[in-house]
Design a protein around this ligand. Structure first.
Ligand code: SF4
Length: 373
């Protein structure tokens, strides 16, 4: 019987030349993520989805492992088209192996036999046609690590841009200079999970801290709109010292980068820590604000985090976007993206007007229209 790896090996294309470096004797170095794997002929990279076949790097192409319509607030982006529908797709596989992953069915499909997520064959054009039909404003590569499947994301993003849509990554940020240059012409928004500010913790998850910090700096320098999420896990990353270092770093890149500190709930293989409480989130948010971040949000516990779901003008504190969970309750930014009270410019990728909200909860798109059956 064919394994999932066999099935996926049939759904591949040659890697983009920008992401491959020949080494010697058919060995290749992959530049799609910060692991920079040297891959001998016949071997796979750490992510298990990119592999060397006879001196050619083969990469995922032509399928999705997950497809869903999300409110953009779920990604989360709070400073990009509030209320927009985010047409979200993912492939399979990841370059990290976080034990608390909330997308483990897709991200760990090649490592964990319990993660069963069969691929669904699809063309970029039919994905984008469905996104347009549903009035989505953004197409998002998410659910697995998008960097490791960047060729497929760019294939879809080219169609999405041609249809007038924005594009986004929801990523662990384990990038490289080459992959960021490769996606740069085709991407508008980028969410990075900054999981910790401790390299030892990152190594437990299968990565390193430095490539993530370098990616955040590079994305900001490229004028790609960046928002950062830290899932606050009691006993793992929630010490005052670590949160202070993390938020000082972000404020040093730019005080205008929105930082979302979100609540952990027991998931996948991490069931030891207690769930994050509202008080823990508010304590971390206070540290971030003291360190200079102007837009700090607390997530995953709607209605219990005081003011920390809303966007306020950093200058006069006027209420600009009022939220409950993913639901937009009010929107007061001007068409120019400024505060209506004091006219301070509010950083982000705002529309000329709030266009309402199609959904404040995720839903599945029409599979028949996508010709997925
Ligand atoms: S994407 Fe990352 S993990 Fe996968 S082969 Fe390339 S460098 Fe290695």
């Amino acid at each position: 019987m064919a394994t999932l790896a066999d099935v996926l090996a049939e759904r591949t294309a040659e890697a983009a030349s920008e992401l491959v470096e020949p080494i010697s004797n058919n060995r290749l170095r992959c530049h799609a993520c910060g692991h920079l794997c040297p891959i001998p002929d016949g071997a796979v990279g750490v992510c298990k989805v990119r592999f060397n076949r006879g001196g050619t790097l083969m990469v995922p192409w032509g399928y999705v492992g997950a497809l869903q319509c999300d409110p953009i607030e779920k990604k989360p982006f709070f400073h990009a088209r509030p209320g927009a529908l985010a047409f979200s797709f993912g492939m399979l596989g990841c370059d990290l192996h976080c034990s608390y992953c909330q997308n483990w069915v897709t991200s760990q499909a090649l490592r964990d036999p319990q993660a069963v997520a069969p691929p669904i064959d699809v063309e970029p054009t039919s994905l984008v046609e469905e996104a347009v039909r549903l009035n989505a404003r953004v197409v998002v590569s998410t659910y697995n690590e998008p960097l490791i499947t960047s060729e497929w994301a760019v294939g879809i993003f080219k169609e999405a841009r041609a249809a007038g849509l924005m594009t986004a990554y929801v990523s662990n940020g384990n990038g490289t200079p080459r992959v960021l240059e490769y996606i740069r012409p085709w991407i508008d928004l980028y969410k990075v999970d900054l999981k910790s500010f401790n390299d030892r913790h990152y190594r437990q998850l299968g990565g390193r801290l430095q490539p993530i910090l370098d990616t955040i700096r590079a994305l900001h320098a490229m004028s790609i709109w960046v928002e950062i999420v830290t899932l606050l896990i009691p006993g793992f990353n929630n010490s005052d010292e670590e949160i202070s270092e993390l938020t000082s770093f972000l404020a040093g890149v730019s005080p205008d980068i929105p930082w979302h500190v979100t609540a952990f709930h027991k998931d996948y293989r991490m069931s030891d820590p207690e769930n994050t409480t509202p008080d823990m989130l508010m304590r971390a948010a206070e540290i971030g604000q003291k360190n200079g971040l102007r837009y700090v949000y607390a997530g995953n516990i709607p209605g219990q985090v005081g003011d920390l779901e809303h966007t306020r003008c950093h200058q006069c504190r006027a209420l600009l976007v009022e939220r409950y969970g993913y639901f937009i309750q009010s929107y007061r930014l001007t068409p120019e993206g400024t505060c209506p009270e004091c006219h301070t410019s509010v950083p982000g990728r705002w529309g000329r007007a709030f266009e309402g909200q199609i959904a404040s909860m995720p839903f599945l798109p029409g599979r028949r229209r996508l010709r997925l059956f």
